[in-house]
Design a binder for this molecule. Structure first.
Ligand code: SF4
Length: 239
């Protein structure tokens, strides 16, 4: 089976725990207003060729990614949104597990529960974005609703496969307080200790009106962190 690869970063310390090889697949099912990697969004098809993308076999991707196997803790697969190529992704994850490699998936969670459950069988942990709690706000921000996101997130929590959940904090256009309040409530209702990462929006590299939005202040971020802590999350990180 073949799929579309954007790039591989042999060593990354920001894509999960320890030193990891990070794989970025091409294509995304969201169109976030604040996307910093818009070149990864286009879904490749015969009618829509995309530059700087390799079309390769699952075996070849696995081989390439394990070039530095002795120096990494595991693999993280990201995008774009890697689950857009779900069959290819499952095939790749299966092959990593056959080689006893730790697999993390960075996802926006927007896929059917059936596919997500199948994928979960071959994944150690998910790094999961919840971009907005309110469905209308999520739609405005990403172009789609968040019902699948929340459903899959709850499933992954239930089977103990969430490494961390992340929300990008964007002043003025999002109800950040509501999202942090509801996500932290949800996370605290499960037993596992899960990190909640609050990411400051930064306007470098974004396009259109988003360039006019400033990075949230430290004071504002601290207030949101306090909301999550008060809800019972022990590990809240601001970056
Ligand atoms: S989910 Fe990620 S890659 Fe996709 S549009 Fe949003 S920020 Fe960009």
């Amino acid at each position: 089976m073949r799929g579309y690869l954007r790039k591989i970063i042999p060593f990354s310390s920001v894509d999960g725990p320890g030193n990891r090889t990070a794989i970025f697949l091409q294509g995304c099912n969201f169109n976030c207003l604040y996307c910093h990697n818009p070149e990864t969004i286009d879904i490749v098809s015969p009618d829509n060729p995309v530059d700087n993308v390799q079309f390769l076999e699952a075996d070849d991707l696995v081989e390439k990614s394990l070039e530095y196997k002795d120096f990494i803790r595991g693999i993280t697969i990201s995008g774009g949104e890697c689950t857009v190529q779900i069959e290819f992704l499952i095939e790749v994850c299966k092959k990593f597990k056959e080689r006893d490699v730790e697999v993390y998936i960075d996802t926006n969670g927007h896929l059917s529960l059936k596919s997500f459950k199948e994928l979960s069988r071959y994944v150690d942990k998910f790094m999961f974005d919840i971009k907005a709690w309110d469905v209308h706000e999520h739609l405005k921000l990403t172009g789609v609703g968040n019902d699948k996101v929340i459903e899959n997130f709850k499933y992954a929590m239930g089977i103990g496969k969430i490494f961390e959940v992340r929300t990008v904090i964007v002043p003025k256009i999002l109800d950040n307080h509501q999202t942090v309040l509801e996500v932290s409530r949800l996370v605290a209702s499960f037993e596992d200790k899960i990190r909640y990462k609050l990411i400051k929006f930064r306007n470098k590299g974004v396009v259109g009106n988003m360039k006019e939005i400033n990075t949230p202040s430290d004071k504002y971020m601290s207030k949101l962190k306090t909301v999550a802590l008060n809800n019972g999350i022990e590990d809240v990180v601001i970056i």
